[in-house]
Structures are given as C-alpha cells and as structure tokens.
Design a binder for this molecule. Structure first.
Ligand SMILES: [Zn+2]
Length: 532
C-alpha cells in the first residue's frame, strides 16, 4: 500500500499552496492556491495542473486567502466534481474573494491582450472568469472546527483554528492502516499559522502526535519583538501622527480581508480616544467593504472585548464602493487616510492613489504586511527612487514606512514553538511556503533542538514523497517539472529588467548636463550592439 504527497505549490520559494495526496482509495488536494509574485510564477497559473482535475475526489481548504484558494474556480472549470470542505468563515470570505479574483483575472487579460495585439501576438484567455468563480462556490461544504469529517473511504480530517484569518485552519488527517503497525497514518497540514496576540483571532491550536507535519515558513527566518494589541496600536498611533504632521495622504496598502478590518478597529479606536488627529478614513476597496460585512456577521467569534460592530459604524469611516467615489478622493489635499488593496501594491485601487501621491513629500505610504519579491510594494520597501505604475515612471518622494506588528503570520520562534507542541513527530517535517532564506532559517531553528535534522525536508515544486515507508522517500520525478528549482530560487529576469531600467534613468538624470547624458546613452547603445 502506498500514500504519496506531491508538492504542487508552496514548495521552496514558490507561492500558491497546493498538495496532492494519493491513498489506495483515492486522491485529494489540500488547498488549490493561485501563484503570486514573480512573473515566472504567475505564468504557472495559465499552465495545466500537474494532475487531472476530474481525478481529484475532494479538496480540503485551509483558508480563504487567494494563494490557498485562488485556483479552485479553474479546478472546477476543468472538470473537478467533488466537494470543497471548509469552515463557515472561509466559505463566507470565499464567496466574495473568489469572484473578485475572477474579475481581476478578466481585467488583467484585457490589458495583456491589448499589449499582445500591438505586438502581433495571439490573444490569451483569462485563467478563469467571475462567472467561473461564482459557479465554483456551489462545491463548498461547511464543517465545524474540531469535528471529524469523512474525506474519502479510509481517510478522515479534522480542522483546528490556525489563528491566521477568520475561518483559517490547520488540518489533521488520518489514513486508515497506512501508519506503522497498521495504525492510521497521521498527517497535519499547518495552513498559514497566526502569530500570538493577534487582534481578532485566538492563538493557533492543533493536537500532538503525528507521522508528518507540513509546516509553512513564511517568516521562518524572522523574529519580531513580542507585542501586545495595545503596544501595536501605539506603534500605529505614532505613524499616524507623523503622517498627519506631513499634511498629506496616508496610504495604507492592505489585504482587503482581516488586515483592513484590524486597521479600522485600531484607527477608529485611536481617533475616539483622541490619540491621533481625527480625519476621514476611506476604505477604498469593494472587496474590503464586503469582507467587513462578513466580519460583522461573524462578530461573535472574535475577542469579546472588541465591539467590532460599533467600531465599523464609526462616522470617521467612509466606504467608497464605486469608481467615481474612489476618484473623488483624489481631490482631497490635507491629511486623510486611504486603505486600499492590494496589500503588495501589484493590483487594485491602491495603484491609482500611489500614482497620485508618491511624488509628494507630504504623503506617507505605510506598509503593514509581507511584500513578495517582484511586487511594487517590495520595490518601495527597498527604497526605490522611482517606480513604474501603469506604464508611467513615478518619482518616489513620499515617506515610506513599515509596521511589522500587524502580520498575520507567526514569526520563526512562534512557528518553531507550534511545531514543538505537535511532537512526537515520527517520520518527518516538510518545510514549505516561504522564500529560500525563510525555510533555511526555520530549518536551522528546528534542527536537533526540536526535530532531528534527518527528519527535516525542504521540497521543491512538483516533488513527490512516499509517506507510508518508515522514512519519507523522494520518488524519482521522471515526469516533467513545471519549473526547474533554479528558475524559482533566483529573482527572475523581469525583476532584473525593471531594476536596470530604473538605474539607467537614475544615472541619466543624475548626469551633469545633456552632453553627459548623450555620452551615457551612446555607451549603452554600443554595449547593446556589442552583445548582439
Ligand atoms: Zn494566508
């Protein structure tokens, strides 16, 4: 008998969580996420899955974030006919997030096809449409935390609160008779794990005693100073006061779901207590507005001390749903706050606001979450002097600030503690869902002290491991990999190209006069001709 797992996503440096588990009685997926970040990765979303969707019996979904759920509509469109098991919170969030993702796919393709037409290339179709996303919602089936659910014959699963997002779960799985001495094979998929002291969520929990744990490592190499909700609010207060003193807009690129609601709760609370200057807070994201409604509906599941409903009704808060309302914010001049998606600035309305304000010394951009390689947010975080937005080069004069404390992810020591609490872990721990340095950092933290080094594994994309042997065995991957490990471990050429263009512009502008600029341009041209 044999049980295997294939890392179809969220392997080393690769985003987009997706694991294919095969047992003697069938096949199921844990998550089916969209690849995000570098262009090379995003192109995978257009490729075929490394399995036949019709062959998958069921999906276990850890949480609603698009890098975990975002390819479900494609899976259903391409023939998957089973159920998608998720908590009620996850289903309510997905009912807005997946259609939103579908409409983003449609509009990205419109822009891409316009460029392709100009270059005489053929049209591409969206990965899936909003209609596909809405259709996929029919497949969802709710389950409760901490209650066993049947998955396929001989396999059952139980969801535990991962404290990362409304509805988020770590998933405990048992496969009958496949463990040692005919015991069940016990597997735990972490999903994304929340930090301690998160504003609206409990600390993550799960049982102990497994054959295997698959653990995320997003912040595996980072340690944040311990914080409390009040200390975090005061950090935010000081950033807001500085932004108000600069007398321009405070732009907060935020993930529409949960991060945005946490910020609203804290900002309104600070204004009500008079700790920051009162100003309008624009929630400029239809998805964030819908997500806020889902949070209202689930208000009872949050920390009892926070009156989410009262704070969400604050007169300071303005919801801008239509494009016209969104554009009218651009007319404002003095201090005001705009929260808009996306959190990494690579899509959404935040790009319009950045285009409008980045050149101004009066503006502040406050990054409150993880910025993946290759995203506009990452370029800003790394101090780019100018950036390209919608084809235009924009100088960066705004103050770029960063708050780490709102992270939805456990840091290295919190993940290590979470893994330690799952022991004994008999056969292996797979470290996934992180950049190379994050996974290496977590491995170093765990090695020997918490888990024997020989039991730590760092799979790369499309690796398949046999799990029913006493130690996991990497199966020969004769089949074609979608990407070579090298292609994903290095920044891809798209990023190098963007940086080069920015550097050339910098050099040319910094040159003493037009003659010096001409010299630089002629040298570059000679270099280009030389390399041909
Ligand atoms: Zn997540």
């Amino acid at each position: 008998m044999s049980v295997t797992v294939q890392f179809c996503g969220a392997a080393r440096t690769v985003t987009g969580s997706c694991y294919l588990v095969q047992t003697p009685s069938g096949r199921f997926l844990i998550d089916c996420g969209l690849f995000q970040g570098q262009k090379t990765l995003k192109e995978l979303n257009y490729h075929a899955f490394p399995f036949r969707p019709a062959d998958i019996d069921i999906v276990l979904l850890t949480h609603a974030h698009i890098d975990h759920s975002g390819l479900l509509p494609k899976l259903v469109r391409e023939g998957f006919r089973g159920r998608i098991l998720a908590t009620r919170g996850t289903i309510d969030l997905c009912s807005y997030m997946l259609p939103d993702a579908g409409s983003i796919q449609e509009s990205e393709v419109v822009a891409l096809n316009r460029r392709n037409a100009a270059r005489g290339r053929s049209e591409v179709n969206p990965i899936y449409t909003q209609a596909d996303a809405i259709a996929s919602l029919q497949s969802f089936q709710p389950l409760d935390y901490e209650t066993w659910a049947d998955v396929i014959p001989g396999v059952r699963a139980r969801y535990w609160n991962a404290g990362h997002l409304l509805g988020s779960a770590s998933i405990e799985i048992e496969v009958d008779g496949e463990g040692s001495a005919s015991h069940p094979l016990r597997l735990l998929a972490s999903g994304d794990i929340g930090p301690d002291s998160k504003l609206l969520e409990p600390d993550p929990t799960a049982p102990a005693g497994f054959d295997y744990v698959i653990s995320e490592a997003t912040y595996g190499d980072r340690i944040r100073a311990a914080t409390t909700p009040e200390a975090r609010r005061q950090r935010l207060a000081s950033e807001v006061r500085d932004a108000a003193a600069a007398k321009g807009a405070l732009l907060i690129p935020a993930f529409a779901v949960e991060r945005t609601q946490e910020l609203i709760v804290d900002l309104v609370d600070l204004m009500e207590r008079g700790q920051v200057p009162a100003a309008p807070i624009f929630l400029d994201s239809p998805l964030a507005i819908h997500a806020t409604e889902v949070f209202r509906k689930h208000a009872a599941s949050f920390d009892g001390n926070i009156d989410v409903n009262r704070l969400f009704n604050s007169p300071h808060l303005r919801f801008t749903e239509t494009v016209d309302e969104s554009k009218s914010i651009a007319k404002l001049t003095g201090f005001h706050i705009i929260i808009a998606a996306s959190g990494m600035c690579d899509a959404g309305r935040i790009r319009h606001h950045l285009k409008h304000w980045l050149w101004s010394e009066r503006a502040t951009v406050l990054l409150v979450g993880y910025q993946a390689h290759g995203t506009l947010g990452r370029f800003l975080q790394e101090g780019a002097k100018s950036v390209r937005i919608q084809g235009d080069e924009i100088k960066v004069a705004a103050r770029i600030r960063m708050i780490d404390e709102y992270s939805g992810h456990a840091d290295g020591s919190e993940i290590a503690r979470w893994i330690a609490a799952r022991r004994p872990i008999q056969r292996g721990v797979f470290l996934v869902h992180g950049e190379e340095t994050a996974i290496a950092g977590l491995a170093e933290r765990l090695a020997e002290r918490i888990i024997a080094t020989a039991k730590l594994f760092q799979p790369v994309l499309d690796d398949i491991y046999e799990l029913s042997t006493p130690a996991p065995a990497l199966l020969d991957v004769a089949r074609r990999r979608r990407l070579t490990p090298e292609a994903v471990t290095h920044l891809d050429w798209h990023n190098d190209m963007s940086k080069l263009v920015l550097d050339i512009n910098d050099q040319i502008e910094a040159a003493a006069d037009d003659r010096a600029r001409g010299v630089i341009i002629r040298r570059l041209r000679r270099a280009l001709e030389g390399s041909g």
